[in-house]
Design a protein around this ligand. Structure first.
Ligand SMILES: Cc1ncc(COP(=O)(O)O)c(C=O)c1O
Length: 411
């Protein structure tokens, strides 16, 4: 059956028919290739945002397009009353390549975290009784937007007005082991952390801190849950960031780049922990369907190679050099930090709250960048972005920053 799309829509349609929880920019991209994107009018953009650390292999990656087409012609969905070959192959790969023995598939980062937090509660319940139910997480962390994940997340603004939120959750400062020591106890069932805080401002964990968190979890029989939704799948230069910390978690969540934009996520767990999500305790209709898993399998095959992972460090250096050169010219950043291709540039105090202005000015110049909080400009481009795209994008960022400075002087 042939079907033709005739309905005309514009950015104004968003304000008429969409729930107003987002405020998208005026741009409506219609096509992408590698790290370049075009809108309806044919204006070209360079993508340093990667759909918020998602399109790690770029837009319309030809291998992924083929995998998707092939799987689409075979089988889309069955539900978890049956298993399927792509899911089994992907789970085998993830367990072979990581600390984990078992995998649960879901569709988004929040859902993978929801599963991880439920697993932590259930594991403690099964092994130590109902009193051991406290989850400890860190201020500034972000774990998703479901009621449980905003509650574990360390940013009050995401919980406001949604109370009562789930209880039994405590927070302390990231990279401050003394604070964690003061609140961890026999009641703690899990400590949840991002190996590098993303939304919180691109803040890497200190290696010593990460090691001591692991030791405290062991001492108190608490599970260590790593949220690698943003940092995973090659983003930091290793398949998962925990590899660089020399610490193995008990549970890890992965999403974003796992499907390169096709919704898929996973919770990885040790055998010991996974046992507690026994038959009937948890589930998802879509989670682990053949479409999503076929694509994710190809993503892992491509990313977990010396070419791609090795290329991350080289690209990191190019970005950091470029940002430093911009900074020498304009003196706008007080810190440039990050791991691999998750890079943050924190603006100086006189530009506090203005990172969003840089995002807007960049879009005008034909460049997508992100913020991580009000003061940090965040870059999370494709892991295979070309040197030419990096150079061209940095030149556009240079112009955008000149505009922001001029506007702020005028104001
Ligand atoms: C560390 C982390 N965890 C969880 C999430 C939530 O993922 P999703 O938006 O796919 O639910 C995000 C999203 O930005 C994230 O960065």
């Amino acid at each position: 059956m042939d079907r033709k799309v005739t309905q005309q829509v514009t950015r104004a349609t968003f304000d008429e028919v969409m729930v107003p929880n987002y405020a998208p920019s005026a741009i409506i991209p219609v096509r992408g290739e590698g790290s370049r994107v075009w809108d309806k009018e044919g204006k070209e953009y360079i993508d340093f945002a990667g759909g918020i650390a998602v399109t790690a292999l770029g837009h319309s990656n030809p291998t992924l397009v083929n995998v998707m087409r092939e799987q689409a012609g075979q089988l889309w969905h069955l539900s978890n009353t049956m298993t399927n070959e792509p899911a089994l192959r992907l789970a085998k790969k993830l367990t072979e390549k990581t600390f984990a023995d078992r995998v649960f598939f879901a569709n988004s980062g929040a859902e993978a975290n929801e599963a991880a937090f439920k697993l932590a509660r259930r594991y403690a319940f099964d092994n130590f009784g109902p009193e051991k139910n406290e989850i400890i997480a860190f201020y500034k962390s972000f774990h998703g937007r479901t009621l449980f994940t905003v509650s574990v997340g360390g940013q009050a603004k995401y919980k406001e007005g949604f109370e009562p939120t789930p209880g039994g959750i405590k927070h302390c400062d990231y990279n401050d082991i003394e604070q964690l020591k003061a609140i961890i106890s026999d009641k703690t069932c899990a400590v949840v952390m991002e190996p590098i805080q993303g939304e919180g401002g691109i803040i890497p964990a200190d290696i010593e801190f990460a090691k001591q968190v692991r030791e405290l979890c062991d001492q108190y029989n608490a599970l260590l849950v790593y949220d690698e939704v943003q940092s995973g799948v090659g983003r930091t230069g290793t398949l998962y960031a925990y590899e660089q910390l020399g610490v193995k978690p008990d549970v890890l969540t992965t999403a974003k780049a796992l499907g390169n934009g096709f919704p898929v996520s996973a919770m990885l767990a040790t055998e010991k922990a996974a046992k507690s999500l026994a038959f009937g305790t948890h589930g998802s209709t879509y989670g682990g369907n053949p479409m999503a898993c076929a694509i994710a399998e190809a993503v892992i095959d491509i990313i977990d190679t010396p070419e791609v992972l090795g290329g991350v460090a080289k690209r990191h250096d190019l970005f950091v050099e470029g940002l430093k050169a911009i900074n020498e010219k304009y003196h706008v950043f007080k810190d440039i930090r990050g791991m691999g291709l998750l890079i943050g540039a924190e603006v100086i105090d006189s530009l506090a709250g203005k990172a969003g202005e840089i995002v807007k000015a960049s879009a005008e110049e034909g460049l997508f960048v992100l913020v991580a909080g009000p003061n940090v400009l965040r870059l999370a481009p494709s892991l295979i972005i070309t040197e030419q795209d990096i150079a061209d994008g940095l030149a556009r960022l240079d112009k955008a920053i000149a505009t922001v400075i001029a506007n702020n002087k005028a104001a």
